[in-house]
Design a protein around this ligand. Structure first.
Ligand code: DP6
Length: 336
């Protein structure tokens, strides 16, 4: 540990963080080294999808341990969390034992890095007695995964871009808490493809090869401005249209990379068409998608059951998960 940092606590510390869905998407980095996003983003934290992480510093041993959903994690994943732990605790720290569990189906292809790094940042903050505020935790979480910066906060969050490349100005902040507006997100779980291009790799390839990348960057501030006004006015149609447009624009951009990045499966297309059909019949439902084949439907509570029913009937959909606005990252044990 650096001499100016307090010694880590010996007792285990457990934190919970929830996954979030970007309404206005983050895709592209302006610096890979500090994981600085090239565009701002706006998200909704989801109550139904969470990661619980327990951190315990060990008094002996020389290596870190990571257990993910009951199994020892692979070398690459251990290295990633070791590096993240060094960042927060200093490289002189004792070895750490980290156990992390996602409550959502592991095969569902729902990004767990956002809730994972937000929970880890929150737990390490306590385990190392750092006493950092949420803004600083968001700066740290971002270095684990860009979207994790937003999962520090509940409800609706905005990821801001710093004015320089120090990284100190690239953090999320809460726009509205989880009680502000009861909108819903239905996740249509689509059968998994055997191989998937991760977000980081997908972003890098897109930035290097898409002829549309600059247009994506240039159009971003307007999207952020508009969604913030939709949120302020609680204008559901505007929120839905902007969210769907941002997702389609991001996927169009990925498709335009060379070689092309296509995250969709047959079930993805079926779900999109189904939701568009429902909307034609007057049901307020809009789609969004991340770096995977799942389709997420933004709607209002009174329309959930009809949409769920329609999606469940599709041959390419294996499950439908319902989520509402969820809380920010928090501790669930206290060692004091
Ligand atoms: C499509 O946060 O997973 O979900 O910073 O490289 O770890 P890294 O990327 P990550 O990217 C998320 C991309 C997205 C859109 C979003 O969540 O904004």
């Amino acid at each position: 540990m650096p001499s100016d940092q307090p010694a880590p606590v010996k007792d285990p510390v457990t934190a919970v963080a929830h996954a979030n869905i970007a309404l206005i998407k983050y895709w592209g980095k302006r610096s890979a080294e500090k994981n600085l996003p090239a565009v701002g983003s706006v998200s909704l934290t989801l109550d139904a999808l969470k990661t619980e992480t327990t951190v315990r510093f060990l008094s002996d041993g020389d290596k870190d341990h990571l257990i993910l959903d009951g199994r020892s994690a692979g070398t690459e994943q251990v290295q990633k969390v070791s590096k993240f732990t060094d960042l927060m605790a200093g490289s002189n720290r004792p070895p750490v034992f980290i156990e992390s569990h996602n409550n959502f189906p592991t095969g569902a292809g729902l990004a767990s890095s956002a809730s994972g790094f937000a929970a880890l940042a929150k737990a390490l903050n306590k385990a190392c007695s750092l006493d950092l505020d949420d803004q600083t935790l968001s700066v740290f979480a971002r270095q684990g995964s860009g979207s994790a910066a937003r999962s520090i906060f509940g409800g609706f969050a905005e990821m801001k871009l710093g004015s320089d490349n120090s990284g100190d100005g690239d953090y999320a902040h809460q726009l509205y808490d989880e009680n502000y507006w009861d909108i819903r997100l239905l996740v249509a779980v689509v059968s998994q493809a055997p191989k998937k291009i991760g977000s980081t790799e997908g972003m890098n390839r897109t930035a290097k090869t898409s002829p549309f990348y600059n247009a994506w960057i240039e159009s971003s501030p307007n999207d952020i401005r508009n969604i913030k006004s939709a949120l302020a006015e609680r204008d559901f149609q505007k929120l839905g249209e902007l969210s769907e447009h941002s997702a389609m624009k991001m996927h169009g951009l990925a498709i335009s990379a060379h070689p092309s990045i296509l995250y969709w499966q047959a079930g993805t297309m079926e779900s999109i068409r189904k939701v568009w059909g429902l909307r034609k019949r007057g049901i307020p439902a809009y789609i969004t998608m991340d770096a995977g084949s799942q389709v997420k439907v933004i709607t209002l509570p009174e329309h959930c059951s009809i949409i769920k029913e329609a999606l469940t009937e599709l041959p390419g959909v294996t499950d439908v998960i319902e989520a509402k606005p969820g809380p920010g990252a928090h501790l669930i044990t206290d060692t004091e």
